[in-house]
Design a protein around this ligand. Structure first.
Ligand code: PLP
Length: 270
């Protein structure tokens, strides 16, 4: 027998959907948080039918069960950051809101997942409205891609769309440029009280037109891991972008559709 010294990692509560291809969703989040030195506390919000090409069906988990899981976890474990992805339905948003209200001051990173890259729906209008009006104002940062931002901010111009979300109470919007084209990806952080901050990242994997399955999940989960470890928002974003670049630069072939960022390769950044 030998003694062990127990230690605790930064713990990230994750609410997101299950993607059986292992490219996006809760598996992406778990791998990312783990690779960046955190301990994931995962709650599945919805089950999807999908492969690396598209989402074909999705069903939300019972919201009461999610509420029980949250209450049970919070009784037992410290939570250092919360990351959300696909949320299933608006009832799950309400459950999460009640939880956040009774556990304030935990950094919340919201990836407003609406559609899969292949076009399949992951949110109905009630869920989009609940996220925009109730969840975004509680978030440290939300991380929409260009398509999501245009939809929820009601403008094709990212600055205008981000302003409308900031006016609605959102604290920070990281508009991600990965779904665009061109050799450089520009991610822009909009905040109400400051000039936008921009990060330029070389686009890797141009052969795949920049489309990798689970990139948005990976970025948001990496930001949450950084915030859970005590990084300020800008530093967490910086680290997350490097993590995503390494993961994409070592992407995996899983199926016939989009390649999958290798989150384990990103571990070398630690
Ligand atoms: N969450 C789930 C459960 C998904 O199935 C998907 C996409 O298919 C996403 C999130 C978003 O993936 P991405 O990071 O590629 O935007």
């Amino acid at each position: 027998m030998f003694d062990i010294k127990l230690h605790q990692r930064p713990q990230v509560l994750i609410l997101s959907g299950l993607d059986p291809s292992g490219g996006a969703g809760i598996q992406a989040d778990i791998q990312t948080v783990t690779a960046l030195g955190g301990h994931p506390l995962p709650i599945v919000t919805c089950l999807t039918v999908q492969d690396t090409r598209n989402v074909y069906n999705a069903a939300a988990v019972n919201a009461d069960l999610v509420a029980e899981q949250l209450a049970c976890l919070a009784e037992d474990t410290p939570i250092h950051a919360i990351k959300t992805g696909a949320l299933g339905n608006s009832a799950i948003v309400d459950v999460l809101l009640a939880f956040i209200t009774s556990h304030p001051n935990i950094p919340l990173i919201v990836d407003p997942v609406i559609k899969a890259a292949g076009g399949g729906d992951l949110a109905d209008q009630a869920l989009i409205t609940a996220m925009r009006d109730k969840l975004f104002p509680l978030a440290d940062v939300i991380t929409p891609n260009g398509i999501e931002l245009a939809g929820i901010g009601h403008s094709p111009d990212s600055g205008t769309a981000a302003s409308s979300l900031l006016q609605n109470g959102c604290r920070a919007v990281l508009a991600t440029g990965g779904h665009g084209t061109g050799p450089v990806i520009i991610n822009t952080l909009f905040r109400a009280d400051r000039e936008p901050a921009e990060w330029s990242i070389d686009r890797v994997g141009a052969d795949y037109k920049g489309e990798f399955h689970g990139t948005g999940c990976t970025l948001a989960a990496a930001i949450a891991a950084g915030r859970a470890a005590g990084l300020e928002l800008d530093a967490a974003i910086e680290q997350a972008q490097q993590f995503v670049s390494v993961a994409i630069g070592n992407a995996l072939k899983v199926g016939e559709g989009q390649p999958v960022p290798d989150r384990i390769a990103g571990q070398q950044l630690r």
